[in-house]
Design a protein. Sequence first.
Length: 202
Amino acid sequence: MKPLKSLADRATQLARLASAVGRPGRYTRPMNTNTVSAYGAVSATSPLTPLSIARRAVRDSDVQIDILYCGVCHSDLHQARDEWHSAAPTRYPCVPGHEIVGRVTAVGQIVTRFRVGDYACVGCMVYSCRSCPSCQSGLEQFRSSFATFTYNGEDKVLGGHTFGGYSRSIVVDEAFTLKLPDGLDPASSAPLLCAGITTYSP
């Protein structure tokens, strides 16, 4: 990189960096990742097989979860088999699973609702712009351009596509991580991460 000639040059460089980092899909800074074991499909006709995927390192607002339970939804099968190709083509390898319950193993510096050891849950969304009217109203599922789904969505941080809960662990922004209420059985609660949301917002 050439030396900067003035404070104006430095300000321009910082503005470009802030713009790139601040917009979904424009994150260009190298990101540390961890390799995680998972089960996924490598084609529309293959069975689920063991494979390795990349999970991002914990950012300031992230929660890292060791997955204990993941429900099986009919949409996992449809997506793995690319049966929704006309509406949502499957990107392979496909690691399904959006009914996730696990234990928090790490939290970012500005996370306030979770501590290491807490139960945490993840449903069908892991990211949205948080600036449009739907997001501002807490209705990310009604975004015209869709939020980022837990699997087969566009990964706004690492690039490529997202991987779901048929895996050892997951890293999710705190805004899309839910607390498991006291007294609920974690294994029995996992399917609520799909059906509960569907019932709440048909």
